[in-house]
Design a protein around this ligand. Structure first.
Ligand code: NAP
Length: 279
């Protein structure tokens, strides 16, 4: 959509300020939902090997009739593919399933620190970027220590860190780390999934003042924090709503009141990247 701004990343490329989450959209229904998102203006699709829908994302892109360079496709290397050769093979397999010759963004899905192979996975991402298979490289669910380690060991800083971020878990400390290191924050489960804080008082009050929906208030909060939300919706009207965020503004007090909904135990599940294993 023409009024969605972009962020410039630390490698000089850009990403739209809002993307489209594709988990768990699969099969023909999934293809239709993703095609609908593209026709409603989304230009960044977020998939992963573990979503088992890369073929659907590729098919939706072809059905959309959009040129390849109008849409950015992001995928993720799963924990079981962290070893160097496996991470390179994983990237090629993702491209094969997508039917694409390059990814615009490729991430390490979870660090899985107990396996201690995420530095190898990062070295593999640096290599596939050199080979032109991937335009930009980043990570997901990395803590400050994980980020500092891959940067120290390779000299290459990820362009994004995609982390759990929603009103119950606003991640102020990680956002400050990203700002210091020049990493763009991307927000997964930006609405808070089923625990979306649509009825929370500051969200309802801002929605009433602005004449927008609570979902739009939450997504606008992300925009004003400077994070890229990737909301998932299979509902075409919500897809439109979730991208219509650039003709209204929250006050600083409204942003602060929504951030104050955050709680130390506000994660959606026990997804602490130091202990959560996802293969
Ligand atoms: N990197 C990671 O580890 C990780 C982890 C989790 C997710 N992700 C990514 O993040 C994406 C988004 O996260 P998510 O799907 O977990 O959560 P989400 O986007 O916060 O929430 C999706 C849910 O909210 C509903 N919804 C969407 N827009 C709404 C609105 N305006 N008002 C009310 N309800 C609304 C959707 O329903 P309908 O579909 O029925 O409209 C769906 O049930 C995923 O698709 C995936 O790409 C990444």
């Amino acid at each position: 959509m023409s009024n969605v701004p972009t962020y410039t990343l630390n490698d000089g490329t850009t990403l739209p300020a809002v993307g489209f989450g594709t988990y768990p959209l699969r099969g023909e229904e999934g293809i239709q939902a993703i095609t609908s998102a593209l026709s409603n203006g989304y230009r960044l699709l977020d998939t992963a090997v573990n979503y088992e829908n890369e073929a659907e994302v590729g098919e939706a892109l072809r059905r959309s009739g959009l040129a390849r360079d109008e849409v950015q496709v992001a995928s993720k290397i799963p924990g079981r593919h962290h070893a160097y050769d496996e991470a390179i093979a994983s990237t090629k397999e993702s491209l094969h399933r997508l039917g694409l010759d390059h990814l615009d963004l490729h991430l390490i899905h979870w660090p899985n620190p107990s396996r201690d192979l995420y530095v190898e996975a990062w070295q593999a991402l640096i290599e596939v970027q050199k080979q032109g298979l991937v335009r930009s490289i980043g990570v997901s669910n990395f803590t400050e220590a994980h980020l500092r380690r891959i940067i120290a060991e390779t000299g290459v800083t990820p362009v994004v860190n995609q982390i759990e971020l929603h009103p119950l878990f606003p991640q102020a400390e990680m956002r400050a780390v990203h700002a210091e290191l020049g990493i763009q924050t991307e927000a997964w489960s930006p609405m808070g999934k089923r625990q979306g804080q649509y009825d929370a008082e500051p969200v309802k009050a801002a929605a009433a003042r602005l004449g927008v929906t609570p979902g739009q208030v939450i997504l606008r909060w992300h925009v004003q924090l400077g994070s890229i939300p990737i909301p998932k919706s299979a509902t075409p009207s919500r897809q439109v709503e979730n991208l219509s965020l650039f003709d209204f503004e929250l006050t600083e007090a409204e942003v602060s009141a929504i951030s104050a909904l955050g709680r130390p135990d506000g994660r959606l599940f026990d997804g602490d990247p130091d202990t959560h294993e996802e293969l």
